[in-house]
Design a binder for this molecule. Structure first.
Ligand SMILES: [Cu+2]
Length: 274
């Protein structure tokens, strides 16, 4: 009984310390470092929230298992001069403990299935429903070996490039963006519309979507912070599907800017400048 009380006290104290540490880690870097690639979009925030919850649930379970091993090693070790009673010590079965363990495991699994799994998916599905009233920005994304091409049909921009001529993705903060994703090569007319599977990944936004030849896929999200690839390399477009020798270099810089800065940029792009 004394052992159980001691174990229980240790479990609670170490778990509380663990929860405190995990929470401090999560809150230490709200701008994208810490445990995650970043949470610079509404979808990224949903994902980060799910991981926060899983970490909090995992701490007392992890502490319980590790503490049980360490506690047993120290508390029940054979002391000098003692002879272990192997038959007695190693073949005991505690049916109550097993019963509690099985029921608790099932309850934890049901909890995680409900939240954050099902509840998070609901949030993601809801975020994908964008109405015309929210006037989403449409960005046509064309993936080819090995380049990301960004077109802004609402602004008459066929291929957004920076002053070096590199493809670049500009987004206004707090406005929903609808990415329309396709994989084909507009520059090679001999095999027009033939390309391979790419994957549109912006780690800092918490999103990844395969881009499959012959299919048009969409992805809706809202950037929530002004940032850029220069400020945080995780805020970049990176191909995440091995698509040939140029795959590692199939990336593009991202700039999340204010609405007015975006309007200015779009005007200059449409006029043919950068
Ligand atoms: Cu690719």
């Amino acid at each position: 009984m004394a052992n159980m009380v001691l174990f229980g006290v240790l479990w609670i104290v170490i778990s509380l310390l663990g929860e405190w540490g995990v929470t401090a880690w999560i809150n230490s870097a709200p701008n994208g470092t810490g445990p995650y690639f970043g949470s610079f979009s509404n979808l990224g925030i949903i994902g980060a929230g799910a991981f926060d919850f899983l970490l909090w649930v995992a701490v007392p379970i992890f502490v319980f298992v590790v503490l049980m091993l360490v506690f047993a090693m120290i508390r029940f070790r054979v002391k000098k001069g003692e002879t272990p009673d192997e038959a007695k010590n190693q073949s005991r079965v505690n049916k109550t403990f097993i019963g509690i363990w099985v029921v608790a495991s099932i309850l934890v699994n049901i909890l995680i299935w409900l939240h954050p799994n099902a509840s998070g998916l609901e949030q993601v599905f809801a975020a994908q429903k964008v109405t015309a009233k929210q006037h989403p920005l449409i960005v046509d994304v064309t993936a080819r070996q090995w380049e990301w091409i960004f077109s802004y049909p609402q602004y008459g921009i066929s291929q957004a490039v920076n002053s070096q001529g590199d493809d670049v993705l500009y987004l206004p903060v707090n406005r929903p963006v609808k990415f329309v994703l396709q994989s084909f090569d507009p520059f090679h007319t001999y095999d027009y519309q033939v390309d391979v599977i790419h994957s549109f990944w912006i780690p800092g936004f918490g999103v990844k979507q395969d881009v499959v030849p012959g299919e048009t896929r969409t992805l809706v999200l809202t950037p929530t912070q002004i940032t850029s690839t220069e400020k945080n390399p995780m805020v970049r477009v990176q191909c995440a599907e091995d698509c040939g020798p140029g795959h590692p270099y199939m990336e593009a810089n991202v700039h999340v800017v204010s609405a007015s800065a975006f309007a200015q940029w779009a005007k200059a792009q449409a006029a043919g400048g950068s």
